[in-house]
Design a protein around this ligand. Structure first.
Ligand SMILES: [Fe+2]
Ligand SMILES: [Fe+2]
Length: 197
């Protein structure tokens, strides 16, 4: 089948549009988290947003192979009505879960039926990444909701300052980093910090 006449072409454009919007929505969510003094949530949104931007690029590369200058679509996309960090995390968690288990598996199935196996592989692979996004947002939302984002509630754990890298052990993240003086919102449990294990 020619890509220009396929449902896969439309699905690629829907996916491209969705990834571009996720990239933007997560940067807006990051800004909101920053205003709520939650730089750790801000950074999680930015880190994930940058991956969505790369997913958009993967889909755009495939779209270019059709050689068309315009592709029409009709699709619905989420609007984040609430702007507090917890609501944004939950909304992102659910959107990612839908991509992982419904949207991209469906796009992969159609691509396979139409004979575009390499594109089916990309939809499947990116579905798995969205699964890790959903899990990340769920975990952070659970910690925030239960008051455990900066408190282990007993026992010791290691906390890393995302600003200066200072590591401190204790049941709670300090109110302020003793090294760089940045607020508690910069602290993250060591198991969630990149490159510090
Ligand atoms: Fe994505
Ligand atoms: Fe994602």
């Amino acid at each position: 089948m020619n890509l220009c006449e396929s449902r896969t072409l439309v699905n690629l454009m829907r996916a491209f549009a969705g990834e571009c919007q996720a990239h933007a929505r997560y940067y807006y969510a990051a800004e909101a988290a920053k205003h709520q003094k939650l730089p750790v949530i801000q950074q999680a949104f930015q880190y994930t947003a940058d991956q969505e931007y790369e997913h958009a690029g993967v889909f755009l590369k495939q779209l270019r192979t059709a050689g068309l200058e315009n592709v029409d679509i009709s699709a619905g996309y989420p609007v984040d009505l609430e702007t507090d960090a917890l609501a944004l995390l939950r909304s992102a968690q659910h959107g990612e879960a839908e991509e992982r288990s419904i949207l991209y598996p469906d796009f992969a199935r159609v691509a396979r039926e139409e004979g575009f196996e390499p594109i089916a592989f990309l939809f499947d692979a990116i579905a798995k990444v969205e699964g890790t996004h959903s899990d990340r947002f769920a975990e952070l939302a659970n910690l925030l909701e239960s008051g455990q984002l900066f408190s282990k509630g007993g026992g010791q754990t290691r906390w890393v300052c995302l600003n200066c890298g200072h590591v401190i052990e204790g049941p709670d993240a300090p109110a302020q980093c003793p090294v760089c003086q940045h607020e508690q919102g910069y602290f993250v449990r060591q198991e969630y910090a990149l490159f510090t294990r």
